[in-house]
Design a protein around this ligand. Sequence first.
Ligand SMILES: [Zn+2]
Length: 260
Amino acid sequence: MKINNNNGHTISGLGSGAVGYLNESEETRNIGYYFVEGMKSLGHTVYDCTIDKSSSYLYEAVKKANRNKSDLAISHHLNCHSNKSANGVEVWVYDMSHKDTVEKAKKICEEISKLGFVNRGVKANPKFYWLGHTNDKAMIIEYCFCSNEGDSKKYNAKKMAYAAIKALTNIDLNTTKPTTNNPIEADYKYENGSYNVKATIIGTNGKGLNIREDRNVNSKILGTFKEGQVIEVNYCLNNWFSTWSGGQKGYVNGKYIKLY
Ligand SMILES: [Zn+2]
């Protein structure tokens, strides 16, 4: 299967997701990470169409998606509503005419509802940009409501992603070993999630640790922490921790820190 994958919203600023009991922008990336790595580990092709920073992220995400022909274009989201009791999973499709896509969407709702979420079912809206502008069959998965306390307590990014994978492939990654040699977390020292603890800079051969503008080694260097310096690290995603230095948010590579 070929998939165009979009982790919904930008990370922060324009186009960023809802913030309730969970932060949508962070969690769509957590779910997306497990989803992408999981699908790849089963031998499927996944094209990343995630846009971390943009003033028109939907336009750019769709543009990326339309470069590759896929069987399905998926955008991961968490729902949000001013009525805090709204809860459950729903999947949006362009319309109900494409039986295969509707069937896949139904299965995703069913698998996620097995994790204890209310099944709100499959809904159609051709006006959603991702659904209306991608060239492929598309869906938007609203895994649960970040504005609902109960949903947020039940929430687990890996379980959500694996439920979606099971719906699409009939393979349960909780119990099945990946078929390709692509260990999902082998390179990563730390689990994704909130830490908010002190950490020491280690293993930089005295060079110090760069603070990056984004979670990758190619992004702009905002500053450097000295070897041995004690810093505070906050949120970890794909082994990159967010941190603050001089009033500015940046990211450090988890390879070079030791948590307290
Ligand atoms: Zn969203």
